[in-house]
Design a protein around this ligand. Sequence first.
Ligand SMILES: [Mn+2]
Length: 321
Amino acid sequence: MAHWPEATTILNLIEAADTIMIHRHVRPDPDALGSQLGLKRIIERAYPDKHVYVVGGIARDLEFLGKMQHVEPEMYDEALVLVLDTANHERIDGPCALKGKTVVKIDHHPDEDEYATHQIVDTTVSSTSEIVAELARIWDLAIDEQSAFLLFAGIVGDTGRFQFRNATPRTFEIASDLIGYGIDTNRLYRQMYKTNLATLQLQGYVLQNVQVTESGVGYVKIDADVLRTFHATPEAASLLVNSFSGLEGLKCWVMFVENKDEIRVRIRSKGPVINEIAKRYRGGGHPMAAGATIDTWEEMDDVIAALEEVAAPFEFENEES
Ligand SMILES: [Mn+2]
């Protein structure tokens, strides 16, 4: 069971606040949005008189989860700000988050930037949505079908539909409770994993062009020409990073996607720790899933070489080769 000494303090802050701003990271994923919108719903149902706002940009693919709200800078003067799923302050979506009267961080990424006055950071939990579901239980605040749907979406997103190793026995218990609220998982999966022909054809390109080094490092390069050919955005391309994860012999892999004047780097792993490498290239993240940014294609070879260094000595346990 979770042990978060700050949980009670944070509930007291919520109870004392009239205006609550909920933020999360830029380029949100289902966990960022699910935890943000789910927590808003939980607080609003428990405290109907409070003004709870969700802030940030949103991608069209995820609009089925809910809408963001417009806020003005002066609304932060007396506000409690809750920042979810965001390890460092540069990644917070919305310019005013740290201008709040009190700032709270709730996250499951490694704690690299203590930008808040109070925080719950637990890297053993699958997702921020799982933390929020656990907090609702600790705080004795009710979940309903809608908040359950949102939090479940976040857990599904961050665990890759419960297949990544961050899905613990507790994750499954919480997911089971959430499904018990009657959420339509068919609708969720249909909306979350829908694709279009252009993306499908880009995925075809990715599968045709993945390269694998001798030490088990996979990589794909998606430059601006490729994006143009498939009418794809850098965001859509980045989502394809796991499309060849089942490849035999693969230990870690990386996708390079050109985005304006820089190159986004998405790194994934089945064993070798890769977030230390991401940190060297303006990035970071989890040991098995991280992101970085480079400026030139020459640097791409450096990243691949660094991944080869951690991949070469790594061997899978309990596996006949
Ligand atoms: Mn997350």
